[in-house]
Design a protein around this ligand. Structure first.
Ligand SMILES: [Zn+2]
Length: 76
């Protein structure tokens, strides 16, 4: 939906966007990969306004931060 502007499940083009953020104590939509909010990566969401399907995206510039974390594992 991020790239196609179209829901892959129902075909709707009614797509909503929720920008990821990190608030106090790690609230918000993010991935915590360390002990503090300084080790949080924001997760953006795209929501289908018709069927409710949701896609989640970490910003590409943050991927290496996750890869270096001991809490994040590579799927074998
Ligand atoms: Zn849909």
């Amino acid at each position: 939906m991020k790239y196609t502007k179209k829901c892959p499940k129902c075909g709707s083009t009614d797509i909503l966007y929720a920008k990821g953020y990190t608030g106090s104590y790690g609230s918000g939509n993010n991935i915590m990969y360390g002990a503090t909010i300084f080790s949080a990566v924001d997760v953006d969401r795209y929501i289908c306004g018709n069927c409710g399907y949701v896609e989640h995206f970490v910003r590409t510039g943050d991927i290496e931060r996750l890869r270096k974390s001991k809490k994040i594992k590579q799927v074998e």
